[in-house]
Design a protein around this ligand. Structure first.
Ligand SMILES: [Fe+2]
Length: 226
């Protein structure tokens, strides 16, 4: 299967990445991942691409990833897939938004996910992978060659673990699981900052030095000194 067509839109004061994902650039249907803010701009992008949104996928329910879920769901009629144990953050959104942000509108998700599901949407098969650590219910949506991975792994960094439910050993395990399950050329579409690949982060991300020692890269595995 060829690589999906993924369009990034960086939205809101926290500069969160929302993604419109299609099977290819001609596809007439798409999903949107983590519509965090700027609903009008995202709806204009959907209209400009001339796609029907089949689903709204949420990696985790920090406000910067879900602020535009309700208006997008209303405008597109698309069902929302929400991490199961983070559902209360979406249904009572303003209880969790820090002062100075929002207001945002709550939404009752049509579906919940907890990892292990396969979602066939917009001509794409998404595997839902449980990747907690940044938040307790965080999931990654995996396609052949691409990961929509929210705040798990960034270019040269990782998701913060100092928010409620965050835990570094858990996040490190989640990242190790992705490195073990997917090839190094897999493109990582993160919730903040630029696009990267699993292999690039495996080899150079300063937060992954202990993981590197346990999961040798191709270059170190080939080295007689390793
Ligand atoms: Fe987050």
């Amino acid at each position: 299967m060829s690589a999906p067509d993924v369009r990034a839109f960086t939205v809101g004061p926290v500069q969160e990445n929302s993604y419109i994902v299609r099977a290819d650039a001609q596809a007439s249907s798409a999903v949107i991942v983590d519509p965090g803010d700027e609903a009008e701009r995202l709806l204009q992008a959907i209209a400009a691409l001339n796609v029907e949104i089949e689903a709204i996928l949420i990696t985790h329910c920090h406000f910067d990833h879900i602020g535009a879920v309700a208006p997008l769901a209303r405008a597109t009629g698309a069902p929302v897939y929400c991490p199961e144990i983070e559902r209360p953050l979406l249904t009572q959104i303003m209880d969790w938004v820090p002062p100075g942000f929002g207001p945002f509108e709550s939404h009752e998700p049509e579906h919940t996910v907890s990892g292990g599901e396969r979602l066939s949407l917009a001509g794409l098969d998404f595997d839902v992978v449980f990747t907690p650590g940044h938040s307790p219910g965080h999931v990654t949506y995996a396609l052949p060659g691409a990961l929509l991975s929210g705040d798990v792994l960034f270019q040269g960094s990782v998701g913060r673990v100092d928010l409620p439910g965050g835990d570094w050993p858990t996040l490190e395990r989640s990242i190790g699981g992705l490195l073990a399950a997917y090839p190094p050329e897999t493109v990582v579409y993160p919730g903040h900052m630029g696009v990267t690949t699993l292999g690039r982060e495996r080899d150079s991300n300063p937060f992954l030095s202990e993981l590197r020692a346990r999961v040798p890269s191709a270059s170190t595995a080939d080295s007689p000194a390793a």
